[in-house]
Design a protein around this ligand. Structure first.
Ligand SMILES: [Fe+2]
Ligand SMILES: [Fe+2]
Length: 153
Protein backbone atom coordinates (compact mmCIF):
# COMPACT_ATOMS: atom_id res chain seq x y z
CA UNK A 1 0.00 0.00 0.00
CA UNK A 2 1.26 3.45 -0.95
CA UNK A 3 1.72 5.83 1.98
CA UNK A 4 2.38 9.48 1.29
CA UNK A 5 3.61 10.90 4.58
CA UNK A 6 2.50 14.36 5.64
CA UNK A 7 -0.50 14.30 3.36
CA UNK A 8 -4.17 13.53 3.75
CA UNK A 9 -3.95 11.04 0.90
CA UNK A 10 -2.33 8.35 3.07
CA UNK A 11 -3.57 5.03 1.75
CA UNK A 12 -5.20 2.97 4.48
CA UNK A 13 -7.42 0.03 3.99
CA UNK A 14 -11.11 0.43 4.85
CA UNK A 15 -10.79 -2.23 7.56
CA UNK A 16 -7.93 -0.29 9.19
CA UNK A 17 -10.20 2.78 9.37
CA UNK A 18 -13.04 0.78 10.91
CA UNK A 19 -10.76 -0.89 13.47
CA UNK A 20 -9.44 2.54 14.47
CA UNK A 21 -13.07 3.59 15.05
CA UNK A 22 -13.62 0.53 17.24
CA UNK A 23 -10.57 1.38 19.32
CA UNK A 24 -11.98 4.87 19.90
CA UNK A 25 -15.36 3.39 20.88
CA UNK A 26 -13.62 1.12 23.41
CA UNK A 27 -11.55 4.04 24.74
CA UNK A 28 -14.49 6.40 25.23
CA UNK A 29 -16.93 3.89 26.69
CA UNK A 30 -14.22 2.83 29.17
CA UNK A 31 -13.72 6.52 30.01
CA UNK A 32 -17.48 6.82 30.59
CA UNK A 33 -17.39 4.01 33.18
CA UNK A 34 -14.84 6.02 35.18
CA UNK A 35 -17.01 9.16 35.45
CA UNK A 36 -18.10 8.88 39.06
CA UNK A 37 -18.93 11.42 41.76
CA UNK A 38 -15.54 10.87 43.44
CA UNK A 39 -13.64 11.57 40.20
CA UNK A 40 -13.75 15.29 41.12
CA UNK A 41 -12.91 17.89 38.46
CA UNK A 42 -11.66 15.12 36.14
CA UNK A 43 -15.28 13.97 35.82
CA UNK A 44 -16.25 17.19 34.06
CA UNK A 45 -13.38 16.97 31.56
CA UNK A 46 -14.04 13.28 30.88
CA UNK A 47 -17.78 13.89 30.51
CA UNK A 48 -17.05 16.53 27.87
CA UNK A 49 -14.88 14.13 25.89
CA UNK A 50 -17.38 11.27 26.17
CA UNK A 51 -20.30 13.55 25.23
CA UNK A 52 -18.44 14.86 22.18
CA UNK A 53 -17.38 11.40 21.00
CA UNK A 54 -20.80 9.76 21.33
CA UNK A 55 -22.74 12.77 20.02
CA UNK A 56 -20.52 13.48 17.01
CA UNK A 57 -18.23 10.63 15.93
CA UNK A 58 -20.09 7.49 17.03
CA UNK A 59 -23.19 8.22 14.87
CA UNK A 60 -20.93 8.57 11.82
CA UNK A 61 -19.50 5.09 12.44
CA UNK A 62 -22.97 3.61 12.78
CA UNK A 63 -24.07 5.38 9.59
CA UNK A 64 -21.01 4.02 7.76
CA UNK A 65 -21.95 0.49 8.75
CA UNK A 66 -25.64 0.91 7.99
CA UNK A 67 -25.15 2.56 4.61
CA UNK A 68 -21.86 1.25 3.25
CA UNK A 69 -21.30 -2.26 4.60
CA UNK A 70 -23.21 -5.49 4.16
CA UNK A 71 -24.23 -6.17 7.78
CA UNK A 72 -26.16 -9.07 9.27
CA UNK A 73 -29.61 -8.28 10.77
CA UNK A 74 -28.26 -8.77 14.31
CA UNK A 75 -25.82 -5.90 13.82
CA UNK A 76 -28.56 -3.59 12.52
CA UNK A 77 -30.82 -4.57 15.44
CA UNK A 78 -28.02 -3.76 17.89
CA UNK A 79 -27.58 -0.30 16.35
CA UNK A 80 -31.28 0.40 16.86
CA UNK A 81 -31.27 -1.05 20.37
CA UNK A 82 -28.17 0.87 21.51
CA UNK A 83 -29.42 4.28 20.36
CA UNK A 84 -31.64 5.21 23.34
CA UNK A 85 -28.89 4.27 25.84
CA UNK A 86 -26.34 6.28 23.85
CA UNK A 87 -28.72 9.25 23.89
CA UNK A 88 -29.09 8.95 27.68
CA UNK A 89 -25.31 8.72 28.10
CA UNK A 90 -24.82 11.85 25.96
CA UNK A 91 -27.46 13.77 27.93
CA UNK A 92 -25.99 12.78 31.31
CA UNK A 93 -22.47 13.64 30.18
CA UNK A 94 -23.62 17.01 28.83
CA UNK A 95 -25.10 17.85 32.23
CA UNK A 96 -21.87 16.89 34.03
CA UNK A 97 -19.81 18.81 31.46
CA UNK A 98 -21.89 21.90 32.26
CA UNK A 99 -21.01 21.56 35.94
CA UNK A 100 -23.87 19.43 37.22
CA UNK A 101 -23.46 16.55 39.67
CA UNK A 102 -22.60 13.09 38.37
CA UNK A 103 -25.91 11.17 38.25
CA UNK A 104 -25.85 7.86 40.13
CA UNK A 105 -27.25 6.16 36.99
CA UNK A 106 -24.30 7.18 34.82
CA UNK A 107 -21.82 4.47 35.85
CA UNK A 108 -24.28 1.56 35.59
CA UNK A 109 -25.47 2.82 32.21
CA UNK A 110 -21.89 3.13 30.97
CA UNK A 111 -21.07 -0.36 32.26
CA UNK A 112 -24.11 -1.84 30.53
CA UNK A 113 -23.20 -0.10 27.28
CA UNK A 114 -19.60 -1.23 27.62
CA UNK A 115 -20.75 -4.86 27.88
CA UNK A 116 -23.12 -4.52 24.93
CA UNK A 117 -20.68 -2.64 22.72
CA UNK A 118 -17.83 -5.02 23.51
CA UNK A 119 -19.95 -7.93 22.26
CA UNK A 120 -21.18 -5.94 19.25
CA UNK A 121 -17.70 -4.85 18.15
CA UNK A 122 -16.39 -8.40 18.53
CA UNK A 123 -19.14 -9.75 16.27
CA UNK A 124 -18.37 -7.13 13.62
CA UNK A 125 -14.66 -7.89 13.83
CA UNK A 126 -15.37 -11.62 13.55
CA UNK A 127 -18.16 -11.66 10.94
CA UNK A 128 -18.18 -8.38 9.00
CA UNK A 129 -14.62 -7.11 8.67
CA UNK A 130 -13.06 -10.32 7.27
CA UNK A 131 -15.70 -10.29 4.51
CA UNK A 132 -14.71 -6.70 3.69
CA UNK A 133 -11.08 -7.70 3.40
CA UNK A 134 -12.12 -10.25 0.78
CA UNK A 135 -13.79 -7.61 -1.46
CA UNK A 136 -11.97 -6.47 -4.59
CA UNK A 137 -9.61 -3.58 -3.96
CA UNK A 138 -11.69 -1.12 -6.02
CA UNK A 139 -14.72 -1.83 -3.84
CA UNK A 140 -12.74 -1.45 -0.59
CA UNK A 141 -11.38 1.85 -1.87
CA UNK A 142 -14.87 3.07 -2.76
CA UNK A 143 -16.14 2.30 0.75
CA UNK A 144 -13.08 3.85 2.38
CA UNK A 145 -13.48 7.05 0.38
CA UNK A 146 -17.16 7.24 1.31
CA UNK A 147 -16.23 6.90 5.01
CA UNK A 148 -13.72 9.74 4.67
CA UNK A 149 -16.17 11.92 2.75
CA UNK A 150 -18.75 11.61 5.55
CA UNK A 151 -16.19 13.01 8.02
CA UNK A 152 -15.21 15.84 5.69
CA UNK A 153 -18.80 17.13 5.49
FE1 LIG B 1 -21.81 -1.38 14.68
FE1 LIG C 1 -18.52 -1.01 14.25
Amino acid sequence: MLVKLGSRTVTEDVVDLLIACHERIRTFIAMATRITADAGPDAREAAGQVRRYFAEAFPLHVADEEELLPIPPRIHDDHVAHAPAIDRLVAMCAAVEQGGPVPAELAPLAEQLERELTEHLAIEERDVFPALRALPEAERTRIRDAIRARRAR
